[in-house]
Write a protein that binds this ligand. Sequence first.
Ligand SMILES: Nc1ncnc2c1ncn2[C@@H]1O[C@H](COP(=O)(O)OP(=O)(O)OP(=O)(O)O)[C@@H](O)[C@H]1O
Length: 969
Amino acid sequence: MDEVSAGKEGESRAQEAAREQLSLQIPWSPSQRAFFPYSPLPRTAQKSSPLRVVVRRPLVRRLTKDIVETYQICNPQFKYSEELNPKRFLTTPSIGVLNEGYDNANSDLILAVNFVLVNLDSQRRYLVKDVLGHGTFGQVAKCWISETNSFVAVKIIKNQPAYYQQALVEVSILTTLNKKFDPEDKHHIVRILDYFVYQRHLCISFELLGTNLYELLKINKFRGLSLSIVQLFSKQILHALVLMKDAGIIHCDLKPENILLCTTVKPAEIKIIDFGSACMEDRTVYSYIQSRYYRSPEVLLGSQYTTAIDMWSFGCIVAELFLGLPLFPGASEFDLLRRMIEILGGQPPDHVLKEAKNTSKFFKRVGSVHHVGNSEASMGARSAYQALTEEEYEARELKKPLIGKEYFNHMNLEQIVTTYPHRKTLPDEEILRENQIRLALIDFLKGLVEFDPVKRWSPLQASRHPFVTGEPFTCPYKPPLETPCMPVAQNVKVDHHPGGGHWFAAGLSPQISSMNRGPPQNSPHFHVAPYSHASSYGSLGSHGSYNDSAGLGSSYGSYGDNSSLYAYYSPIGPSGLNIRAQGGLSILGASPDARRRTSQLTPGNGIGVSPSAGNFAPMSLGASPSQFTPPSSHIQVSAGSPVKYGPTSPARGSGVHGSPLGKVAAGSQFNRRSCGYPGSLQSQENTSSLPWQGHLTDGASCSYAEGNSRGHGGSPRHVQLPSIVPSWRQQRGGNGFTSGYSLAVHKISESFTLSSNVVFQQTTEASHDKPESSLSLPDPGDWDPNYSEELLLQEDGLDVSSLATELTNKMRFSHALDTAVPMTGVGRFNRIPNTGSNLSNHRAIGPVQANPHVEVGSPPSGHGNMHAGYTRPISNPSYLIPHFSQNSPSRLGLQPVQRSTHWQSTFVGGGEWNHPNVQPPLPNCNTGGPRSPSNNKFTNSMPWGRKAGHPFTTIPPTSHARRDFGKIT
Ligand SMILES: Nc1ncnc2c1ncn2[C@@H]1O[C@H](COP(=O)(O)OP(=O)(O)OP(=O)(O)O)[C@@H](O)[C@H]1O
């Protein structure tokens, strides 16, 4: 042992002895104590030990989070089953009374959060997360597809044959537009992704879009958008309209509500939705179409119509985007026409008035209509017709016409546009520049809201206008010549029988439902039959490019294809289900050239095809596009065709053969937009007592020769369907229905040419007799005490794409959904499912009331009853039920579009804007991105909106009931 260790040993012994001595003095205690006095750790120790932050969660959360585990700890026997969860219903009413409890009393599938829709064919599952909106046809749900990790919008059609049938038309038309005409998705038309039948409901899946343009205006407190945005949107809508015209398809319900922002695309993009009212141009059967504010004069007058009616609506939309308010917010059709005449300074041309069936309701004859062909005859004073005054109308109709408030102080179009206040902060040079663009806008609008459908610009012509192209506007635009778009030459006499309606046009009329009118096909889904379309019904500068030898004259456009069949996708028979009331193969259109079509559609020669279940056969979307058929030709349809119902159409109120849809049905006469426009009262319009005196009677004719082999589920045209409809069920398996028809157009009588310069002549006249007083208006900042620089959408720098996203996000109502999937996408009026809520703000619930004023098209007593051969059923449920949907049903011209409103009193912003009664958006819709000055610009630096006030002294009422009680004609 060395010295060191000997020393240590001695030391420890000494310590031990000292301890023993100490222990003798101190009583025993445990060597380790349970508690020690607190002493902060040295810094080094603090660094090494992890800091533990304990955040106390709220008691409720602590008790409920992981509650399943908690219960299981408490009771090991506890088993959790998701199926037993209480459902969060999205459909109201949510009581299942139909379809074995799956449907409510309105035939809507009762949806709840996490309800799963299944495409039984593909086994794709759609997890319902929310309801995006309601329409005439049913509900639109936001669904999650885990397979693709994406959301889609699924329209779940009511479980009624009529809705089902019409929805098939939407599927067909949209599929055709998407796949055939716009495969690359460049034309701003919503994409259809899938369709299937689930629980007897046709479900159509669309790409998910965002806020609609009406909502956008509302968020902007009904102030117009900046001109650059108006221009951008106009261009995009025109892209779609060009395509639709080429396809010969009329949308029939263009309005701001049916134009939706895309949520994810940059720069800002919009898309057109809702082709449920669409029809082929040559199959214009409904006479009561388009939402009232956007209704064209020819539709209002009951004249024949073409794709030009969409151009009228488009003009109204462009004006509204600029002004923030509808250009023609007619409270009734009389009021609508009155406003058109006042603002445009003209009236419909005599050649339209002469032929239209409702002319006598709104005009009196003051001269000879002998020279109606002369365009000058229709110019103002020289017209043979004079619009009735209010008093005259009242005397004639025995009731006062409903007149809405004035928003534009009786100004004409030029005055309205030029006097619209500028953004407050706009520098002088910018004001000058904007004034120039406004002149271009005025000129643009004049070409669109042109009374004469023949002179109205086509989409292609309009798309070359300086307002759209951005070129300097120096003088009135003269559009390049385009092959004329002739007035619709019906190959089927318009009978205004809604039961036939566009279903008939689509070959889906219940009356002909079992007929199979197309070539035999064993096509898979979305099969396209040999097909050619008139890709250009007219080309600029291509007069007379139609070179067929049939003597069509010299200006029938560039169509020269001799293919014969407009073969459109047929959705019929999805999921192996077949519906009695439908054929397996339908014709939605035929050759653009009726002469050639004739040879294709001979009776029973293969056109009738068994609609065996599961076949998706091509549908032809119509017979000949009007451009190629004689304006005055008609087809005599054999007894039993929808034609025979013409004069006795339910539009007259008989209700016997009413449309099962809202399209022309009374229910649809609500204009759902209820945003405080003057049409908040019931219209006193009634039906015209005039029988349809269509102008298709001068000799040309076509004839149908139906195949005579019909399935039991289908009904011969002349046979009522009562026995079928009430018991309607989708059937598995198919029945070999066959039928066919032949068409023969024998006569082509005349052609039209475009004359563009008349437009200016007319509109120039219009500017003369307007009150001067309304021209000068103060700066909005001067007269609007609440004018704010920070107002939504008014700032430069807004990125519209982010706006769309923001809108989507911000407009979400606070009630969170029981969803694991983050809520994105559309946020509007539709976040309050199941409430009948007063928070709905778009197409709000139609007031629950019967509409005693509606004589024509009123649902017969017992609507919803499908007896009596498609007696018009619940075309607008808001007539019949306490409507619950956020979007009240509307459609088809009936256009029951109530835009919003139930929450208005709650959220009135106190005159922040210059028309106090225009409802501002929900508070929670106004925050965030769009308001941010830093992000309110397009990528191309276009400001989103204007800091402008309305020059209109008349204020929209607080109750923005924008109903359309217009009659069904
Ligand atoms: N692709 C979509 N993405 C987001 N929302 C959509 C989409 N399609 C429809 N919606 C919403 O659902 C609502 C109803 O849709 P749609 O207009 O197609 O139904 P509808 O029954 O035909 O209506 P209407 O009665 O107006 O004709 C729309 O107003 C819109 O808010």
